[in-house]
Design a protein around this ligand. Structure first.
Ligand SMILES: [Zn+2]
Length: 215
């Protein structure tokens, strides 16, 4: 599976978390906090991972669960994207994701769950992000689920905002007509790829096109 995707044109966390959860570009975004979302902040990734495992071991069955681990970004800022510290932080995050995956599995939720791992942005060699170089905007979306194509190659126009469309598809919910997020081709066995409806958000389409040209 080729897991490559692009971030929003502003390769920072807020714009990409917003895009993943709502498909709404940072050019427009104004999120609502009163839609029944339970928010928890735990500062350290190790403690956060333990709390998540405890949450699943307490037989909670959320409809949608979103977690953000921070240590990779911190290592990127301090040491840059070619450093040993950065790759070590990715390896540690991978181990923590494995522990969360195991908690989902041992509580019998895996068969009916879609498990997605992505990053909101990359880092420059010297550390930092926010602009549209390939190092900052090339990211990954890895997906595991019952009908995910094994060994496939996700299409090349995949973006972080497509997480929103993938989640809606997995939940069996209809996608709002205004969405520009789409389910990538070759991701699910029973879904054909679609083109992105660029006319629905011309401002985003223009900035994304500019970023592609400049990179
Ligand atoms: Zn950062």
């Amino acid at each position: 599976m080729d897991y490559t995707a692009r971030t929003e044109t502003k390769s920072d966390s807020g714009p990409n978390w917003g895009a993943m959860l709502t498909d709404v570009s940072f050019l427009h975004t104004k999120l609502e906090n009163d839609i029944g979302v339970n928010e928890v902040t735990i500062e350290y990734d190790k403690a956060l991972t333990e709390a998540i495992c405890d949450y699943f071991d307490a037989c909670n069955q959320p409809t949608l669960f979103f977690v953000q681990l921070d240590d990779v970004d911190a290592a990127g800022h301090s040491f840059g994207s070619r450093s040993t510290e950065y790759f070590d932080a990715i390896a540690t995050a991978d181990e923590r994701l494995g522990r969360i995956f195991d908690a989902v599995k041992r509580n019998g939720l895996l068969d009916d769950s879609l498990f997605m791992v992505t990053a909101d942005h990359g880092h420059k060699i010297g550390g930092g992000h926010g602009r549209f170089s390939m190092r900052e905007t090339n990211t990954t979306i890895a997906v595991r689920g019952r009908t995910v194509v094994s060994g496939g190659k996700m299409d090349s126009i995949t973006r972080t905002r497509d997480v929103a469309a993938i989640a809606l598809y997995a939940l069996g919910l209809e996608r709002p007509r205004v969405m520009t997020a789409r389910v990538p081709a070759n991701l699910f066995v029973d879904v054909r790829g679609e083109t992105r409806a660029l006319y629905k958000d011309p401002l985003d389409a223009a900035t994304a096109a500019l970023a592609w040209i400049l990179t």
